[in-house]
Design a protein around this ligand. Sequence first.
Ligand SMILES: *Cc1c(COP(=O)(O)O)cnc(C)c1O
Length: 383
Amino acid sequence: MTQLPPYLFAELERKIEQKRAAGVDVISLGIGDPDLPTPAAVVEEGQRQLARPDTHQYPSNRGRPAFRQAVADFYRRRFGVEVDPDTEVLPLLGGKEGVAHICWAMLDPGDVCLAADPGYPVYTSGSLLCGAEPVLMPLTAAHGFQPNLDAITAPQRDRANLLFCNYPNNPTGAVIDDDFFERLARFGLEHEIPIVHDNAYSEITFDGYVAPSFLQAPGAKEAGIEMFSLSKAYNMTGWRTGAAVGNAAMIEALWKLKTNIDSGMFEAVQMASVRALAEGSGVAREMCEVYRRRRDLAVAALRAVGIDVDPPRGTMYIWVPVPEGHSSVSFTELVLEQAGVVVSPGSSYGPNGEGYVRISLTLSDERLREAMQRIEQHLRVAA
Ligand SMILES: *Cc1c(COP(=O)(O)O)cnc(C)c1O
């Protein structure tokens, strides 16, 4: 526990509380939790299933066949990827659970875990919790926010027994070059490093960009797995539903571990997930249109105060470089102080997040517009 990094938001949260206590209507652009509701058809299926006594008992850790089949059908339809629903699909209580537990399934104390930086904090905390050593792979603007696999040294490669990355990327909003997953799979196979692609955002894309699955890459199923989450794709963050998909040996190890930790996913939630996965892309497309509108609004406002950002082609985040002379934290404090708006300091996602803040588009257009207007009116960025 002592190795886990301190909670970076503690000081910021204290300042937010002070502001609120002083009567300021603080608007938070800090949290990546969709504001839109779960699609009605999915909620109705959940209600129907909740009323059925046959969903009320302990689920199997393998998941219902209907759930695994729905994931396999989704992967075929959406990505053109064939997976065996019996051996290559496992329900997860959200992608986060899968990311944390795959560390326990794969890593021995002293192993290296290669983790994208900036990245989802669980890549490093998950590996620290099982005595492994996270080694950060910097994601920089100069390299398209993709890890430079050639920069990973031979001693690091030799000790590595897991690699985490995620595209479309949280927090940078970056999407990948067409050949990245292919190179990643080859890298994993060549150096015998199991790959975990954390796929939380493949359905949240804009401007005609269609995000691939890692499993589309040649050799990917030999190289690793993908953690697919329904949270962001179907506005289901509270339901805790996702699936590990791909390499059968890794799935088996994760399953074996999980039989000792949890007792599976509530079957009513599994059946609601089946409904969501069968929805087709219509729901996601509508949602993406909402995020795109908000993205354009935020990008325009940032440009108006002299901060030039590229509109992201995926995720509901904008990765904003902080003005000269500021750190992530000092700029976050400035925005809170002057505009009463909360953003996330990039440094909370890892050392290479320093120099950025993350803006999340998960609040109503009206509130977002208000936040951006305040930034335009009040933010005095020292040039
Ligand atoms: C949201 C998110 C997840 C997982 O979310 P769950 O709700 O646990 O499925 C995983 N990775 C990244 C990068 C995310 O942003």
